[in-house]
Design a protein around this ligand. Structure first.
Ligand code: SAH
Length: 452
């Protein structure tokens, strides 16, 4: 209970200040997020259907037979030569989709406050590694670092470092520009898992890696925003003869086209990935997400810290969410692969199961509730009061609506947290330590703020 006034003071210190307004960006908030189709693009018609990626996949299928949806997603998104994420910037109005940190600076600021609040709640450890998985354009970390900078007097004795896990050379270049202004060095030590390093505008060291396993152990605060939805899923369908995996094959009627087919018999995947009590007829499973969440849970259990995961998703009840986006419009996932984003909703219940009780989990909580609990209304008012620029007012209000409106991102996006059990050592020991409302109340964002 002693924590609440401190958190209140922290929020007042950050939300109420009249400091930096992010400049109006390269795109407005009119661009569409990945779930909706607000504006039509023109790119779709330009590019040919027979992409280098399609040729690569056709060759693969001709050589070894139909491939799983997971293999298709992995190849299309992160193939080191032709992958969608590897060579282009897909974010923003001119890209294929836009994300919350790109829409409003308030989003990243509130997340920054969440990390400082958790850092304080875990006894202000002397080191703070902020680890972001899939940092996009680097905007979210940049907004978080502004908060850290603002709270310099609180954090000045803490050794802060930033660790970015990113597969895309193109996006890591943009991240470096956003975060360091271009002050980076390639890592010359070929044995080092770090592939690039730099110093933030405020002097904080930043390191880039390709995988979470490469990030040094130690008290770490993890962030994954719209990252888990890009991980490859397996798709399954219930048939009269039992579960069958959905595969991707060449369409015999149109040799330049791919189609979905069902595996003729059960495979190890159907045996291993479908729960015996499953009631749905179509199921998507993301084993990569399961492995990743286990790694995060083990790290947090051993070293402390916390993880905040924000994505669109469900609690184990949705069936068919695999889809593709190009130029802010839904796109056929099997057409012109490599030119469009592929995504599937995150199954938070699966993530919770895969933590195996090593950590406490909170959420999933709808984005509009989380941001409200974090004080978005106060921050919006402060920013509005501190600007007389009409364009800025419009931008802030449109951004708020996009993030909070239940029909837009407010209801579809969810926040999910992993926290060490010790974090709740002083809470009522009788409650179930894994997920309970009583515990939520002690964690910023997951409980209603008292200071209102
Ligand atoms: N978090 C950002 C960007 C989301 S897009 C935002 O909210 O704006 C997904 C990000 O994850 C991109 O940076 C992409 O390059 C990265 N990514 C996708 N798959 C990845 C993988 N397997 N390993 C590491 N990074 C990956």
């Amino acid at each position: 209970m002693a924590r609440l006034p401190t958190r209140r003071a922290l929020l007042a210190a950050v939300l109420g200040v009249s400091w930096q307004q992010r400049l109006l960006g390269h795109h407005g908030v009119a661009a569409a997020w990945r779930r909706r189709c607000f504006s039509a693009g023109s790119k779709a018609e330009d590019s040919s259907r027979v992409t280098p990626m399609l040729k690569h996949l056709m060759f693969k299928i001709k050589s070894t037979g139909p491939i799983t949806v997971a293999e298709y997603m992995r190849e299309v998104l992160t193939n080191p030569v032709k992958g969608y994420y590897i060579h282009h910037d897909m974010l923003g109005e001119r890209g294929d989709f836009v994300t919350s940190p790109e829409i409003s600076q308030i989003f990243g600021e509130l997340i920054g406050i969440w990390y400082v609040s958790e850092w304080m709640a875990t006894g202000k450890p002397k080191t703070l590694q902020l680890v972001e998985l899939g940092p996009g354009r680097g905007t979210l970390t940049d907004d978080i670092l502004r908060v850290f900078n603002q709270l310099g007097s609180l954090l000045n004795k803490c050794d802060i470092s930033i660790h970015l896990v990113e597969v895309s050379p193109k996006l890591s270049e943009i991240q470096a520009l956003t975060l360091t202004g271009g002050k980076i060095q390639p890592e010359l030590d070929v044995t080092s898992p770090v592939y690039m390093k730099g110093i933030s505008k405020a002097g904080i060291p930043i390191f880039w890696y390709r995988e979470l396993q490469d990030v040094p152990q130690g008290t770490s605060f993890y962030l994954a925003h719209e990252f888990f939805d890009a991980l490859p899923i397996h798709k399954f369908q219930r048939t009269e003869r039992g579960w069958r995996e959905v595969l991707i094959d060449i369409d015999p009627e149109a040799p330049d086209q791919l189609r979905f087919v069902l595996a003729p018999s059960a495979t190890p995947a159907t045996e291993n990935f479908i729960q015996s009590k499953e009631v749905r007829d179509h199921v998507e499973v993301c084993p990569d997400a399961g492995i990743l969440i286990q790694r995060l849970a083990c790290r947090i259990q051993e070293d402390g810290g916390a993880a905040l995961i924000a994505d669109y998703g469900h609690n184990g009840n949705k069936t068919d969410t695999f889809r593709s986006f190009r130029s802010h419009e839904l796109h056929d996932a099997l057409i012109a692969p490599g030119t469009a984003d592929l995504t599937a909703d995150v199954d938070f219940s699966y993530l919770r199961i895969m933590t195996q009780g090593r950590v406490a989990t909170l959420g999933p909580l709808k984005q509009h509730e989380f941001l409200k609990n974090m004080g978005i209304d106060v921050r919006l008012q402060v920013l509005l009061q501190n600007s007389s620029d009409k364009a800025m007012h419009k931008h802030l209000l449109q951004g708020y609506d996009m993030l909070m409106n239940p029909k837009k991102m407010g209801d579809r996006f969810h926040f999910f947290a992993l926290l060490p059990h010790q974090r709740f050592a002083h809470s009522d020991q009788k409650v179930d330590l894994r997920h309970s409302k009583a515990l939520s109340a002690t964690v910023a964002g997951f409980g209603e703020l008292v200071w209102k």
